[in-house]
Ligand binder design. Structure first.
Ligand code: CUA
Length: 399
């Protein structure tokens, strides 16, 4: 086969692969499948704009192609040189302007509609960290009433058919929060609070990922919004605020509680946890980690993900069951949390064994100098396999 033909075929195959790679019928982050009022507004705008831009694009490509073919060099003499065609020039200035104005009017209308937040019924805060999202629900009468603040991470739980005001910021660098099926994206900037209205029509999980380059593990910084119908949301809240239950004495989990106090609770808060003298164990991540924060583990097993929503706490079959549940069955399944049979032991063990190896946090793990002795993200703790068993047994009861 001659080289040119081979090159052409390779280019064709590569082109088809690239185009086909953009197709997926079950993509969880699909802006073309809006699942809430705000995303629907964006969708209602992007369809006509896409159509208009498509028609203009096709016409331009066709005109260029026709000109190239029609006026190609066939040895003919150079055509007569004239100065301009005023009618054409004026026409081709006015026409694009008219098209752009036509696109601008609905675009500006949508921007204003999306930035409106005075119709929100409750609020919560989201804080970007390197590399995970903290979510907290302040005390408020909204969202059916929140008596005591709730702190969670990775998954943001909201009631369906409710306009929720998300107030976002960051502790370290600029991150960007985006759940494509629910709304557009918002940059989360240190020292600023950016707001976003969120609403989901149906119970379910809506995926997203950080969309602003924020360091080494930017690609490992995901988030999920979990929409529950208002009754299930009440059940979720009650569970988050339920008093701490210490493991039964003499169990593996009870040993795990001590291991967690010694190894994990410097950074990770577990609400209600008491030391052997009966004093509350209070985490001080600001002393040990660069971001000055670590996920609250009080109800870890009520969420389905860990480490920046990068890994599932559920094994694949259990995860599929939750993600693919019909809307009327989703809430009950989600509220079950992580059961011992469904726990993804493999990834959780690897994480506890050596977190920096599983999720890159330093280009050079030895280089702690610039971070003032604090670690960036979870450090290597050199736990024994027995200690890991204990910690997992303890964590399994955190729901
Ligand atoms: Cu956070 Cu990218």
């Amino acid at each position: 086969m001659n080289v040119r033909l081979a090159a052409r075929r390779t280019a064709l195959v590569a082109g088809v692969i690239v185009v086909a790679a953009g197709c997926a019928s079950d993509a969880p982050q699909d802006t073309w499948k809006p699942a809430g009022e705000n995303a629907q507004k964006i969708h209602n705008l992007q369809w006509p704009v896409f159509a208009i831009a498509g028609v203009v694009g096709l016409l331009v490509v066709a005109a260029v192609g026709w000109s190239i073919f029609r006026y190609r060099d066939r040895g003919q003499p150079i055509p007569e040189q004239t100065h301009g065609r005023p009618a054409l020039e004026i026409g081709l200035t006015i026409l694009p302007a008219v098209i752009l104005i036509g696109v601008a009017i609905p675009t500006i209308g949508t921007l204003f509609a999306l930035s409106k937040t005075d119709d929100t019924e409750c609020y919560l805060n989201v804080t970007g960290q390197q590399w995970w999202w903290e979510v907290d629900y302040p005390q408020q009468p909204g969202c059916g009433g929140i008596e005591t603040a709730i702190v969670t991470s990775g998954q943001m739980v909201i009631p369906t058919n409710t306009n929720v005001l998300v107030r976002g910021t960051s502790r370290d660098v600029i991150h960007s929060w985006w759940i494509p099926r629910l709304n557009g994206k918002r940059d989360m900037v240190p020292g600023r609070v950016h707001t976003l209205r969120l609403e989901a029509d149906e119970p379910g999980i809506y995926a997203g990922q950080c969309t602003e380059f924020c360091g080494l593990s930017h690609a490992n910084m995901r988030m999920e919004v979990v929409a529950l119908d208002p009754a299930d949301f009440e059940a979720w809240k009650a569970n988050q605020l339920a008093p701490y239950e210490a493991p039964e004495e003499g169990t593996l989990a009870a040993t795990g509680e001590q291991t967690v106090i010694q190894q994990c609770s410097r950074c990770h808060q577990v609400d209600g946890l008491l030391d052997t003298e009966g004093n509350p164990v209070i985490a001080e991540p600001e002393l040990y980690v660069w971001s000055e924060a670590a996920p609250n583990l009080t109800n870890l097993m009520t969420r389905n993900t860990f480490a920046g929503a990068t890994w599932s706490l559920l094994v694949a079959a259990c995860r599929d069951r939750v993600w693919n549940a019909p809307p009327d069955e989703f809430g009950a399944l989600y509220l079950e949390g992580v059961t011992p049979e469904c726990l993804n032991q493999v990834d959780l063990r690897e994480w506890i064994r050596n977190a920096p190896e599983k999720k890159p946090m330093y280009t050079d793990p030895e280089e702690l100098g610039p971070t003032d002795g604090k670690t960036r993200g979870m450090p290597y703790l050199a736990l024994s396999e027995d200690q890991i068993d204990q910690v997992i047994a303890y964590l399994l009861e955190r729901k």
